[in-house]
Design a protein around this ligand. Structure first.
Ligand SMILES: NC(=O)c1ccc[n+]([C@@H]2O[C@H](COP(=O)([O-])OP(=O)(O)OC[C@H]3O[C@@H](n4cnc5c(N)ncnc54)[C@H](O)[C@@H]3O)[C@@H](O)[C@H]2O)c1
Length: 253
């Protein structure tokens, strides 16, 4: 038996980068996976390559009503979910001096409100599950040390970090079978990091702080931890925060 046999997972932002790798790893470990993305074509490509254990749905993670539809369509396709990975994201660059309020709100609507909506929908759906359930929120090293070029991004990720603990503690107090943890990657080789770290010349721009010593990580470095946190192997772990950064938090580039 594989590590996620019998589990049903939703992964947001699953058409690219980490979400793609996480979805593929979940399916490899026996889960049925609902891949959502604002880019439906990308999500469909990933789901199609996985096969019958995956479907793709269009979702803007910041759209409140859409979350109810995603939960219902997941139930219709596979059953009540046991796993949610709040992964969808984008980066809007800007320091405290040049980030507009509109940019700050846009960043936070997807990266903080979207995670809030996902956690709320998942707790509602999963609280009566008879199998252990797991919510995994993609935060960032930015939540732990700040990122001056990305003030709105760092604020959103900081919110995700503390909200994760609040969700986890609520579920524990209510005796719900739901754990909730946050991941804090840095410098994993995805389109988002390439876009922010590599200039037009193809050269790395370390001033963004996104390329740590030792080079970039692989999306599977994050996916492997997601498999563990999604599985019952991590049954005693909740409200935790887990860097995946090759030590960059303590030894920045
Ligand atoms: N790659 C890293 O090193 C790193 C570091 C820290 C945190 N993260 C976080 O990991 C997550 C995944 O990032 P990635 O590096 O794979 O980026 P990526 O750009 O490769 O993938 C992000 C995905 O999210 C989707 N998306 C964007 N806006 C959306 C929305 N409103 N609703 C639904 N989907 C939306 C995109 O279409 C894309 O498929 C993000 O939350 C990011 O902040 C990544």
């Amino acid at each position: 038996m594989s590590r996620l046999t019998g589990k049903i997972a939703i992964v947001t932002g699953a058409g690219s980068g980490l979400g793609k790798a996480i979805s593929e790893s979940f399916a490899e470990q026996g889960a049925q996976v609902v891949l959502t993305d604002i880019d439906l074509v990308a999500a469909k490509n990933v789901a199609g390559a996985i096969g019958a254990s995956a479907i793709a749905l269009h979702q803007d993670a910041a759209d409140e009503q859409r979350w109810d539809v995603i939960m219902q369509e997941t139930r219709d396709a596979f059953g009540t979910p046991h796993i949610l990975v709040n992964n969808a994201g984008l980066v809007i660059p800007g320091t405290i001096e040049d980030c507009s309020l509109d940019q700050f709100r846009k960043q936070n609507s997807v990266m903080l409100e979207g995670v809030f909506l996902g956690c709320r929908a998942a707790v509602k759906a999963m609280k009566s599950n008879d199998q252990p359930s797991s919510i995994i929120n993609l935060s960032s090293m930015a939540a732990l040390q700040g990122y001056s070029p990305f003030v709105a991004y760092a604020a959103a990720k900081g919110g995700v970090r503390s909200m994760t603990k609040s969700v986890a503690l609520h579920c524990k107090e209510q005796n719900y079978p739901i754990r909730c943890n946050s991941l804090h990657p840095a410098g994993i080789d995805t389109p988002m990091v390439r876009q922010e770290s590599v200039g037009a010349s193809g050269a790395a721009t370390p001033e963004t702080g996104m390329i740590p010593l030792g080079g970039l990580g692989h999306p599977n470095d994050v996916a492997a931890l997601c498999v563990y946190l999604a599985s019952d192997e991590s049954r005693f772990m909740t409200a935790g925060e887990y860097p995946v950064d090759n030590g960059a938090l303590y030894k920045p580039a």
